[in-house]
Design a protein around this ligand. Structure first.
Ligand SMILES: [Cu+2]
Length: 699
């Protein structure tokens, strides 16, 4: 209960006072009952995965990534209403392995507009989990910044031969962006077959904040698909197809807005048992066709500077693993791969039909891995996980062209230099993970972990040859160029945690320290040609991706108190510090100390929850990235639900009750002219919003 005092100082006074009053009031209740979460979290291994509680969150917030703020250590970098980039312990974008329905999605937008989590709209989300601490080597090819898992609603086998139907319908809306959200999911299953079909649409206008309107922050997304599963005699097969169509959607922190994102995702999965061996395999493919521009949802920075970018991408992935008993534990042996292709072209269809730049042409990034992981009970109260992985990442790119080559000497030099270069980059990486869990008593457990993790450079970091803001959503406003000779980032990480729970409450703090050798960071370009070309494009101080050294350390925890049979108080606190080790500077876009607490009351037919969120100021900012500081703030949200019948329920509430004006530090900088938000200022969060959703569930 003291945890609230550790919430940072700079928060809204009202939030703190309200939280204090509420918690003292309800503390008076004497009845004790274990909150559900404590029961689930009691097993030692359970503490490794943090499931975000979805029941009490608004389905009307379209962006699934926004939910990450509810997990210890996790957060979200926002560039627009649908483009949340997952952050975990100060690492983000390509550094964090986000699994969508168990697969890695090859995203097509060179600026992170179609982030993995954007492919499961909130209304379709079944579960969202954050693996705490160092991710197991089996959880993905490149997991330097951790692993998260999002799963969409799907069909499940039922028990008899008869087919049983189920239906899940949702209709919702919110006031701050006059948005609506509809979702339909239908399934039919028996004990051998299951099939489902689903579709959703979300549409919202520019959202309001106390100082006006954020332009453009409108969004429009349709997402739907079909799935089929078969099981018999311990063998199971699943097939899924998903289509995503995002139309006009604003990303005010990026140079362009989404015109469309058109993506197909095919997944297949098999699992079965052969004697003592559990066999599992996955094969998946996706393609992305994406267009963005700077003249339809916003005004271009200068009237003649209209630009449009079309990107296409394809990704093929697989995984095969086998598990069997070895010694006192289970050994998992596996192989996995991800083979991606990227192309992008910038044109000016409005003012200059001759304008033509290829930032990326025929880019290929092929990752192939082998891994072994052994989970065992080394002693009565001790669990151990040992894992090792080899990953080879081979990247290459084709020759590029620019319409000014042969005319502009700087561009001619950059283009020829790139086209004459050997563009192959091969990385051989070895990951190691060791985790120990010790159950000291039924109420207290400790865990200790250490690991070495790698990430090969992204295609943008290798192959961006002309100074442009193509940075997978970094949104710092700087022009960047790549470096074909970059090395992989290598993190050396250690973590320590404890899990305590008893009938009065629970507490699961973790501390971690991570040293990242060859951390990939933009550093001031010293190349006179790059500087000259970038200056023509408006940025006289371009950055070049480089290997530097960095460290990240911090603490995160979830905690809760049982306050009687109906009341519960649950919270999360996250803190991370990220800084360069080679020079004196801080890392870019690191969340300040933040925390949230929710007081909820649950009755058989209804519930109500009051949430307080507090962010401290962030003055540890990156000078290299010209990052600005941000102030602290506090917010309150009130939500409730009512079940009319077993099938029909209503959820409603108000977000940002006091219509507080605030800027989340991880929100990008506005670069849209003629907006209520000045150019160069952090995009503010949404003002007060009333929301409601009606859900019909039949099964
Ligand atoms: Cu884009």
């Amino acid at each position: 209960m003291n945890s609230k005092r550790t919430i940072p100082g700079q928060l809204n006074r009202l939030t703190l006072v309200t939280l204090l009053c509420l918690s003292t009031t309800v503390q008076a209740e004497e009845t004790q009952q274990l909150p559900e979460m404590t029961v689930e979290g009691a097993a030692m291994s359970g503490s490794a995965i943090f499931p975000i509680q979805l029941e009490q969150t608004p389905v009307t917030t379209a962006d699934t990534a926004a939910l990450l703020e509810r997990a210890p250590g996790a957060n979200v970098n926002r560039n627009g209403p649908l483009t949340g980039i997952a952050q975990y312990r100060g690492m983000y974008a390509d550094q964090v392995n986000v699994l969508v329905n168990g697969i890695h999605i090859n995203t097509g937008g060179p600026n992170g507009m179609d982030t993995p989590l954007s492919y499961i709209p909130r209304a379709q989300l079944e579960s969202l989990e954050v693996m705490r601490g160092i991710a197991p080597v089996s959880s993905g090819l490149e997991t330097i910044g951790g692993t998260m898992k999002a799963n969409a609603k799907t069909s499940h086998f039922s028990s008899g031969d008869e087919f049983t139907p189920s239906l899940d319908l949702m209709l919702g809306g919110a006031s701050v962006d006059t948005s609506y959200s509809v979702n339909g999911f239908g399934a039919l299953s028996n004990r051998n077959h299951r099939m489902h079909v689903y579709g959703s649409r979300e549409k919202g206008d520019d959202y309001e904040f106390p100082g006006g309107t954020v332009t453009p922050s409108e969004y429009d997304r349709k997402n739907g698909g079909i799935g089929y599963g078969f099981q018999d005699n311990g063998h199971e097969l699943g097939l899924n197809y998903r289509h995503n169509r995002t139309d006009d959607t604003g990303t005010p922190s990026l140079p362009m807005d989404i015109k469309y994102i058109d993506t197909d995702i095919f997944e297949s999965e098999y699992s079965g048992t052969f004697g003592a061996y559990d066999v599992h395999g996955q094969l998946f493919y996706n393609d992305v066709d994406h267009k963005m521009n700077n003249f339809e949802l916003r005004n271009p920075p200068m009237p003649m500077m209209t630009r449009e970018n079309e990107s296409t991408s394809e990704g093929l992935g697989f995984r095969a693993d086998v598990g069997f008993a070895v010694g006192a534990g289970q050994l998992l042996l596996g192989t996995d791969g991800q083979f991606d292709e990227h192309d992008a072209t910038v044109t000016d269809p409005v003012n200059n039909p001759n304008f033509y730049v290829e930032p990326y042409n025929d880019v290929k990034r092929d990752a192939f891995g082998l891994f072994a992981e052994w989970d065992s009970d080394i002693a009565d109260d001790w669990d151990m996980q040992l894992g090792g992985r080899y990953t080879r990442v081979s990247s290459t790119a084709g020759n590029v062209s620019h319409f000014m080559a042969g005319v502009n000497p700087g561009i001619t030099t950059l283009q020829n230099r790139f086209n004459d270069a050997d563009k192959d980059n091969d990385q051989n990486n070895f990951d190691l993970v060791a985790k120990f869990d010790h159950a000291y008593s039924s109420q207290l457990g400790f865990n200790l972990e250490g690991g070495i993790k790698n990430r090969a450079p992204s295609y943008q970091q290798l192959y961006l040859w002309a100074p442009l803001q193509s940075t997978n959503g970094l949104a710092d406003g700087n022009n960047y160029v790549g470096d074909i000779d970059l090395d992989s980032e290598t993190a050396y990480e250690a973590g320590l945690g404890l899990d305590w729970n008893n009938p009065r409450g629970y507490l699961s703090p973790r501390i971690f320290y991570r040293y990242v050798k060859d951390y990939i960071q933009g550093t001031p370009s010293t190349d006179p040609v790059v500087i000259m070309v970038s200056t023509m494009g408006g940025d006289p101080n371009p950055l070049q991706w480089s290997n530097v050294d960095a460290m990240l350390y911090g603490l995160d925890m979830n905690w809760g108190a049982s306050l009687g049979s109906n009341w519960s108080l649950d919270g999360v606190i996250s803190y991370v510090r990220g800084k360069r080790d080679d020079i004196s500077d801080d890392l870019y876009r690191i969340a300040p100390l933040n925390g949230s607490a929710t007081l909820s009351y649950s009755a058989p037919k209804w519930w109500v929850g009051l949430e307080g969120i507090a962010y401290a100021r962030q003055d540890k900012v990156s000078e290299t990235n010209e990052e600005s500081e941000s102030s602290g703030y506090g917010l309150m949200n009130l939500r409730g639900g009512y079940d009319f019948t077993r099938d029909l329920s209503l959820t409603a509430g108000v977000e940002n009750i006091f219509d507080r004006e605030y800027q989340n530090h991880l929100s990008g900088i506005n670069r849209v002219v003629n907006s209520d938000v000045p150019v160069g200022e952090r995009v503010p969060g949404a003002g007060r919003s009333f929301f409601a959703s009606l859900q019909y569930r039949f099964n």
